[in-house]
Every structure is written in structure tokens, then in C-alpha cells.
Design a protein around this ligand. Sequence first.
Ligand code: HEC
Ligand code: HEC
Ligand code: HEC
Ligand code: HEC
Ligand code: HEC
Length: 279
Amino acid sequence: MKQAIAAALLVLAISAGFVLWIAGYMAPRAEFVPYVEPPQAVESDYLRAVYSPLHFRPAIDTASDEQCLACHREVIENKVRTVSPAGQKSELMRAWYQQTPTYEGGQDTFHRRHLATPLAKQLMNLRCNTCHLGHEPREEAQGAAADSARQDDTAFTLRKQVNSETSCLKCHGQLPWQLMGLPGPWEEHKTTFGNNCQTCHAAIRTKRHEVSYLNAAAIEQAGKNGADACYGCHGGRAWYRIAYPYARTPWPDMPAEVPAWAKDRPTRSDARFFAGARP
Ligand code: HEC
Ligand code: HEC
Ligand code: HEC
Ligand code: HEC
Ligand code: HEC
């Protein structure tokens, strides 16, 4: 009997202990902070921004960088991590396209490399609308809706906001050494020409870079002492296997005969960027 009572008391004590233990956990705590939803921007403001006339033609053609940056500050301000999640320091990392001798500084974002780095500011004068010509945020394919680009619109690059063949290729194509009469690729033969494009280009195709998005005088200055700056935009940072078919601007003492490869070339830069004197 005594034993049975002792066992019952023990069971009771243990159960009571459990109840107190659980109750202790369920009781409200001093440090508990209830979650409150932060105030949200109204959804219609977001859509209004997405359909801002500035994203479309004709407004985008005349938009200033400041107008775009009013909403897209991240494009210029965001920088890459200084150390990758795997512990690599960004300033020590180099990709194959960053081996050009003009490359400076640590890793940076695509936009900053074209708008904010010292080299970009020295040689170029790119604007948002040099590359961005407007895009349809809903339909990203031609002919998908009555109001989207026409099916046969070849200026349109599927699901891309920028047409790379009419922008990137101009500075990231190959050096067309074959039509220049060079014996082979520049890297293999540059010493023959003193690693200087001016060996020939002081007299050939001398009217160049007369476009609003390049700093022509600064480019010539950078090319005086060597080919590295020139080659940087003409083969040294090539993303393509092809070269851009540049306009062949007439230059003083130009031979009257037009080579076969140049037959269909325009003789003036793209009207959108033309910054030279009108012929
Ligand atoms: C009123 C604010 C506002 C202005 C001004 C503005 N944008 Fe935008 N833009 C937005 C919003 C919002 C989006 C949608 C972002 C998203 O959904 O991730 C967007 C999207 C974009 C996208 C597509 C991004 C993607 O990943 O789909 C590009 C490119 C872009 N804008 C470029 C520009 C350019 C160039 C200008 C100036 C001509 C400009 N924007 C002006 C607010 C703006
Ligand atoms: C050298 C050409 C170039 C210039 C100059 C340029 N962009 Fe872009 N931008 C691009 C390309 C290419 C993309 C990627 C497009 C895609 O994914 O289809 C892009 C993407 C974007 C996006 C989408 C989000 C992102 O960061 O990927 C926004 C927003 C944008 N650009 C805004 C701007 C603004 C604002 C400016 C001017 C301050 C500008 N861009 C200047 C080429 C350019
Ligand atoms: C007007 C000439 C020009 C145009 C157009 C241009 N680039 Fe560049 N790009 C450069 C120069 C110059 C650099 C080197 C900048 C530097 O070293 O700071 C560069 C660097 C780059 C880099 C290397 C960035 C890094 O982190 O090192 C990438 C990627 C790139 N360009 C892609 C593109 C793409 C994609 C386009 C088209 C949307 C484009 N570029 C259009 C001149 C141009
Ligand atoms: C051996 C002489 C020579 C050297 C060295 C030389 N070029 Fe050329 N380059 C030419 C000739 C010739 C042409 C074609 C001229 C014509 O239009 O009839 C040409 C044309 C070009 C074109 C226009 C191509 C086109 O499709 O319209 C570019 C761009 C160019 N050269 C850049 C360079 C750069 C950059 C360097 C230095 C890295 C360089 N060249 C070195 C002789 C040379
Ligand atoms: C920042 C990039 C960049 C640099 C640096 C650069 N170029 Fe160019 N080059 C271009 C672009 C873009 C065009 C096409 C411009 C146009 O549409 O008229 C071009 C066009 C040319 C042409 C054809 C000109 C014509 O209208 O017939 C020649 C030749 C040329 N470059 C040679 C050179 C030489 C030589 C150097 C160095 C002194 C050099 N480039 C440096 C981007 C560059």
C-alpha cells in the first residue's frame, strides 16, 4: 500500500513538474516583439513607374541620365562585394577580358565600368539612352500582341532591353586585321608595327570617332604612345567573333577606289550619334 501511494505521488509530482515546465514556455516573454508589416508603397505607383513614358519612345530618346537615375540610382551606386562568399578578394580577381593593360581597379559592375570608371570617363561619354532605346515591359517578343514590336522588326533582340549588335559590338568586336592588310592577328604582329596603330592610322581613316558618345580628342591622345587604348575597343576586349562594319568616313587623300569589302558601307556615322561637321 505504502509503495502504491509513493508511486502515485511520484507520478503526480512528475506530471505537475511537466505542466509547470510547459506553462513556463507558453507564458509571454518580456523580450517578445510582435511582427508589424512595414508600410508598403501603393502597388499602382510601381506600375505607373514601370509604364513611365520615359521607358518608351519618343521620350527615352531625349531623356537625361538624371531623369533615369531618379528611379535607378542602384545602376550607378551599387558596387560589388569586396570579398566573395568564398573568401576571394574582388580586387585580386581577374577574368580574361580584364587582362588588357588599361584595366584598373577591382571588380566593378557592368554599368559602372561604362559610366563611372576613370577610363570610361576619359574615353567615352555614354548615356543611358546610348544603349537603352526603350522596351516593352510586358511583351518581350515581337508580334506577341497588337501593340508589341512587329514580327519582322530586326532591330529588336528577343527578351533583351538593349540591342547588343548595334551597341556592344562597336567596342567589343574583333580587329578586322584581314581587311587592314596586317599579316595576322594584332597580338602576334604588334611589335612589327611598334605596338602603335598610328604607324598606319596617322594617314589612313584619320576622320574617326566623330560621335557624341566618344571623346575623340582624348582617344587620340591615349593612342599616341601605344596601341593599348585603341586595341581595347578594337579587339582587345572582344565578346564577338565578328568585327563591327564601321562607317567608312572619307579622309583627306583617300584613294578614289573603294575596296570590295567597303562597297556597302555607310560613309557617315549613325545619324543618331553623328557629331562631325555636315558634309
Ligand atoms: C518613375 C521611375 C522610373 C524612371 C524615371 C525610369 N524607370 Fe526604369 N524602371 C522603373 C521600374 C519601377 C521598373 C521595373 C523594375 C522591376 O520590375 O524590377 C523599371 C524597369 C527598367 C528596366 C528593366 C529592368 C528589368 O529588369 O526588367 C530598364 C532597362 C529601365 N527601367 C531603364 C530605364 C531608363 C534607361 C530610364 C530613363 C530613360 C528609366 N528606366 C526611367 C522605374 C523608372
Ligand atoms: C553600354 C550600354 C549601357 C549603358 C550606357 C547603360 N545601360 Fe543599362 N543595361 C545595359 C544592358 C546590356 C543591360 C541588361 C539588359 C538585359 O538584360 O536585357 C542593362 C540593364 C539595365 C537595367 C536593369 C537592371 C540591371 O541593373 O540589370 C536598368 C534599370 C538599367 N540598365 C538602367 C540604366 C540607366 C539608368 C543607365 C544610365 C545611367 C544605363 N542603364 C546605361 C546597357 C547599358
Ligand atoms: C563606346 C564603347 C563601348 C560600348 C558601346 C560598350 N562597351 Fe563594354 N567596355 C568598354 C570599355 C572602354 C571597357 C573597359 C572599362 C574599364 O576598363 O574601366 C568596357 C568593359 C566592359 C566589360 C568588363 C567589365 C568589367 O567588370 O571588367 C563588359 C562585361 C562589357 N564592357 C560589356 C559590354 C556590353 C554587354 C555592351 C553592350 C550593351 C558594351 N560593353 C558596350 C567600351 C564599350
Ligand atoms: C599596317 C597598317 C595598319 C596598322 C598597323 C593598323 N591598321 Fe587599322 N586599318 C589599316 C587599313 C589599310 C585599313 C582599311 C582602310 C580603308 O578603309 O581602306 C584599316 C582599317 C581600320 C579600321 C576600320 C575597319 C572597318 O571595318 O571599317 C579600324 C577600326 C582600325 N583599322 C583600327 C586599327 C587599330 C585599333 C589598330 C591598332 C591596334 C590598327 N588599326 C592598326 C591599316 C592598319
Ligand atoms: C572607347 C572605345 C574606342 C577607342 C578607345 C578607340 N576606338 Fe576607334 N572606334 C570606336 C567606335 C565606337 C567607332 C565607330 C564610330 C562611328 O560609328 O563612327 C570607331 C571607329 C574607328 C575607325 C573607323 C573610322 C571611320 O569612321 O572610318 C577607326 C579607323 C578607328 N576607330 C581607329 C581607332 C584608333 C587608331 C584608336 C586609337 C587611337 C581607336 N580607334 C580607339 C571605338 C573606339
